[in-house]
Design a binder for this molecule. Sequence first.
Ligand SMILES: *Cc1c(COP(=O)(O)O)cnc(C)c1O
Length: 428
Amino acid sequence: MDSRRRVPRTDAVLADPRLAAAADRLGRGIVKAAVTGAQERARSGEIAAERVADAAVAALPATAASLRPVVNATGVLLHTNLGRAPLSAAAREAVSAAAGCTDVEFDLATGRRDRRGRGTLAALAEACPAAEAVHVVNNNAAALVLAATVLAQGREIVISRGEMVEIGDGFRLPALLASTGARLREVGTTNRTTAADYADAIGPETGFVLKVHPSNFRIEGFTAEAAVRDLTGLGVPVVADIGSGLLAPEPVLPGEPDAATVLAEGADLVTASGDKLLGGPQAGLLLGRSELVERLRRHPLARALRVDKLTLAALEASLRGPEPPTAQALHAGLASLRERAVLLAKELTGYDAVVVDSVARVGGGGAPGVELPSVAVGLPETCAVPLRRAGIVGRVESGRLLLDLRGIPADLGVTVLAARIRESLQCM
Ligand SMILES: *Cc1c(COP(=O)(O)O)cnc(C)c1O
């Protein structure tokens, strides 16, 4: 008999108790799509008609959103394509707790309206006492747009030619700043810019001087750069985009700027990302002089850039809670990485697994060129595609798939990870 005839009807498959329960949890549309896919596979002869319900159950997504969790085994700690910093368990819990109705702008004691995100702002201020005032927006790009709009619309932003950077995916900071109606006044050259270059360019048209940390490239050789402290006496605000969001010096990354140091050097305003080395959610941090932060906060554009309650919850828990996974990854000792790698390789006996030395990197989020010693489990290159399809993303190097341990959160147990790897390699 024609196999197509025997493919069960959608209603009949949806009556399967497992799929009926899934429809309550995920919504009928998602379950129906899984059933349709399974029916097609049966029609094409790929699976038996009796297996349609089982195949639909197997194809169900874990949640009602299409974003799938991924294990970042690339050795690039902050991978923009993989969602940058993973949140800590504390931050995830805080997000979940704030997801319903919450007192984000309400004082439960008095019954009155209260300042939005006050707990998060207090946590940020406490984490960086060098800042007189703080504010949080959607991301660092938004922080820069707000600063440029409020402080330099129709006026000039003085910036070094060596700091006209592209952040990624074709987005360029100069274009972003110019979109606010500010004009860029470029000074110096690609490799050398001095304090005198800035001083010469400053005049009645100047809105502010902008220092941008080259967070994803390095200029080496015959170079010169003016430090923030050399630019503070020029009579205009100095805004420093430090990129990575470190609030205090990070001993592992001595070349990476941090908000406390840059403010102590005299910067009037610092902008940074929340989801890079800070290890929190996507957010733009603004730290600096009260008068400037207050002007930014009060501008109409601030409302369009404000953050969601979920972001506020995740950021506060990342600041107050236990060390986030990104900092843990940065600080993990080589011995503990090796221990986990040896265990993982042992769990993968029979898959040609070997333990190899590796080099991890911070990634586009900061510290370009810095090599972090690491340990990886090497597997045959043919494992790369099936593992990637299962959400385990490593990197291929010299004909081998490497799963770098430094970026894999320590709370993902080696046994659980090994089981997932074996499962995804089953049908190879
Ligand atoms: C990453 C980065 C940005 C962009 O930050 P987002 O939070 O992604 O908007 C801007 N400037 C620098 C120096 C950066 O490193």
